[in-house]
Write a protein that binds this ligand. Structure first.
Ligand code: RB5
Length: 147
């Protein structure tokens, strides 16, 4: 499964570290930018990564900005995206098991690189449980579809 990654300038350095960790785990990673610390606009990268995920070209996305908040807000505007900002290991697993989250957002000004790499690893390795959780996701899709 390919992982699409993106960040703004605030998340650039952490993106590089998480990307390296995922590659060492054997993941295929597509880096959609940004590629340096020059000030830029996070919605550009949120949209790029979200489009890779909803198109099926990537299985999951990872977005990093200063807080992880702007990235999640922007990515969740794309139909079919379930982006969650995560800063602990429990939530990293839970949002996969219960919410089938398909985009992980993290804040480079919130957590350190060791924790971010572990959160990304747990997110990528954890399966959705389905069952009653799928019923709830179907309800969310209905909201998204105006039903
Ligand atoms: C950039 O300064 C900062 O606003 C951005 O990285 C992010 O935290 C937005 O949510």
């Amino acid at each position: 499964m390919k992982i699409a990654m993106g960040s703004d300038h605030a998340g650039f350095a952490l993106k590089e570290q998480v990307k390296q960790h995922l590659k060492e785990m054997g993941c295929e990673v597509e880096d959609l930018g940004t590629y340096d610390e020059k000030s830029c606009h996070y919605p550009i990268y949120a949209q790029k990564v979200a489009m890779e995920v909803v198109s099926g070209r990537a299985g999951q996305g990872i977005l990093i900005c200063g807080t992880g908040a702007g990235m999640a807000i922007a990515a969740n505007k794309i139909k079919g995206i379930r982006a969650v900002t995560v800063s602990d290991c429990f939530t990293a697993r839970a949002v996969r098991m219960h919410n089938d989250a398909n985009v992980l957002c993290m804040g480079a000004r919130v957590i350190g690189s060791g924790l971010a790499c572990l959160i990304a690893q747990l997110f990528v390795e954890t399966e959705f449980e389905g069952g009653r959780h799928q019923t709830r996701l179907d309800m969310i899709a209905d909201i998204e579809n105006g039903k």
